[in-house]
Design a protein around this ligand. Structure first.
Ligand code: AMP
Length: 261
């Protein structure tokens, strides 16, 4: 504008009128008078209506503001109890620099520290039942907020109900983000029971120690959680992975899916 004004002044034009479509008071540092202002806007990067970002967006028929939050990759690691979610999440979080949130681990941490949340959760967990949604959702929200600058999350053991899946979508949306994929470890029930009984010998988890509780956890999964496969399939986000094999083989299968995202 400085150049044009100098140029026109040089040409001795009779009158010079400046019209601006968008005016950002915080950004405008010159004192040339703006005779016409279309719209006063905050100092945000906008695209569309002839304005571009690295050549993109110019042709958009409306005006948009660029997102300022960083791009996150968020994965729901899914599968019945004993499928190996926790084991695999430990590898994937390092490989992809993601924050791993296991709701089961957070509950166990609270039980160990004898918090009110822990006492409440224990009464359900010991029977192999799901902890009520309100309690679990509040806790999940708090865990996500604790990691505000994460590159993304691996959710392990959450969501487990339709309600939790909806809440998670809304939470990601509030962060200008989304769940990119549900990656499910597929393992036969009898293999699961066998694995959990073996784990129970060393895990110290009361819900791993007793076959009837293990079977109840698997039943809860089919009654309340398995339907989430349809929820994410409908959004084109479901990826099933064979969960039987060596730990390294399964990490490799999961990585093949994540690499594509
Ligand atoms: P996990 O460590 O994922 O096997 O979870 C152990 C137990 O914690 C489950 O059997 C539930 O009682 C409880 N739990 C963990 N995550 C959730 C969740 N998203 N909703 C309800 N209960 C949960």
């Amino acid at each position: 504008m400085q150049k044009y004004i100098a140029f026109f002044k040089n040409e001795k034009v009779k009158q010079l009128i400046i019209a601006t479509l968008f005016y950002k008071p915080e950004a405008y540092k010159k004192d040339f008078k703006l005779h016409y202002v279309g719209l006063e806007i905050p100092n945000k990067f906008i695209v569309g209506y002839g304005l571009d970002y690295n050549g993109l967006g110019r042709d958009l028929p409306a005006v948009y503001q660029l997102k300022t939050t960083q791009h996150m990759i968020n994965i729901v690691l899914f599968g019945p109890p004993g499928a190996g979610k926790g084991t695999q999440a430990n590898f994937l979080k390092d490989k992809y620099n993601l924050v791993h949130i296991s709701t089961g681990d957070v509950f166990r941490y609270n039980i160990k520290n004898e918090t009110a949340l822990g006492t409440l959760a224990k009464s359900y967990m010991d029977k192999g039942q799901l902890v009520p949604d309100e309690v679990t959702i509040d806790m999940l929200n708090a865990e996500v907020e604790k990691n505000a600058d994460a590159n993304g999350f691996i959710f392990d053991g959450f969501p487990r109900t339709h309600k939790q899946a909806e809440v998670l979508d809304a939470l990601m949306d509030s962060k200008d983000s989304q769940i990119n994929a549900m990656v499910a470890l597929e393992v036969d029930d009898e293999i699961l029971v066998g694995r959990l009984l073996v784990r129970g010998k060393t895990s110290g988890r009361p819900d791993d120690a007793d076959e009837s509780i293990i079977r109840n956890r698997i039943k809860e999964y089919y009654d309340k959680t398995a339907i989430l496969k349809d929820y994410y399939s409908a959004q084109g986000k479901y990826y099933g992975v064979d969960g039987v094999g060596s730990i390294e083989e399964i990490t490799q299968r999961l990585s093949t899916v994540l690499d594509k995202l």
